[in-house]
Design a protein around this ligand. Structure first.
Ligand code: SF4
Ligand code: FES
Length: 250
């Protein structure tokens, strides 16, 4: 395949960015999108220029690092796949492909296609955990019965890989799908009940502090989410947040 690639280049957070155009030939339809990017960087390095900076790690859809906005869609045209799982057979010979970083105030560009997603880490640090008594009286998690339906929903919420596609796809740059998945994975389990109210309050407060926008129920996040995180998680988080806020004001 012969492709024309329009790639966002930006030297640093304060620099002005621009699209660079590259012609790339000999691309196999069986290559992953990231292998195609490696091929592009080989070509750029051989020309004595600086390669395109982009994030990647596992290359198998589990780490959430490969954040690219491809032809106007987070993780490109595929559904239920991350950029690293996208294959070049999703494109046609002669295509022009635009490749940009996630764009959101809370995800500043570090360089080229790499953005700073540490805002997500701070939301998790604010409450995305269960405190465990390690005094010797800890109850074995397996000894606590969990209804099958709740266990399934908790596992589904826990598949969120923190990639940030939901934020990048939302016109408000809202992080509600991500935060609600992280809230729900505990809110659905008995182990998550003792801190359920304080957890949702602290995580939502941190989400707002980081500068993410509000949810206006457009649902683009769920369409582009590579893990199929359901919008019902947002409804659960809103209910929990309202209830916790009302109780804390009594
Ligand atoms: S909710 Fe989906 S799109 Fe958002 S961070 Fe999690 S896996 Fe990525
Ligand atoms: S590189 Fe890990 S999910 Fe894509």
């Amino acid at each position: 395949m012969n492709l024309t690639l329009k790639v966002w280049r930006q030297d640093g957070p304060e620099a002005t960015g621009h699209m660079d155009t590259h012609a790339l030939g000999g691309v196999s339809p069986d290559m992953s999108f990231l292998e195609m990017m490696d091929m592009l960087n080989d070509q750029i390095i051989r020309a004595g220029e600086e390669p395109v900076a982009f994030d990647h790690d596992c290359r198998e859809g589990i780490c959430g690092m490969c954040s690219m906005f491809i032809n106007g869609e987070a993780h490109g045209p595929g559904r239920g796949v991350t950029t690293c799982q996208l294959h070049m057979r999703s494109f046609n010979d002669g295509d022009t492909i635009a490749i940009e970083p996630w764009r959101a105030q809370a995800f500043p560009v570090i360089k080229d296609l790499t953005v700073d997603r540490s805002a997500f880490d701070r939301v998790i640090q604010a409450g995305g955990y269960i405190s465990v008594n390690t005094s010797g009286n800890t109850i074995d998690a397996n000894a606590i019965p969990v209804p099958k339906e709740q266990a399934d929903d908790a596992f589904s919420a826990a598949t969120c890989i923190g990639c940030g596609a939901c934020v990048a796809s939302c016109k408000n740059a809202s992080a509600m799908l991500f935060v609600s998945a992280k809230v729900s994975q505990f809110a659905l389990l008995p182990q998550g009940q003792p801190e359920r109210e304080s957890r949702v309050q602290r995580m939502v407060e941190q989400m707002d502090k980081e500068g993410f926008g509000n949810c206006t129920n457009t649902g683009a996040c769920a369409v582009e989410c590579p893990k199929g995180i359901d919008l019902s998680n947002i409804a659960r988080m809103n209910r929990d947040f309202m209830s916790a806020t009302v109780k804390s004001k009594k």
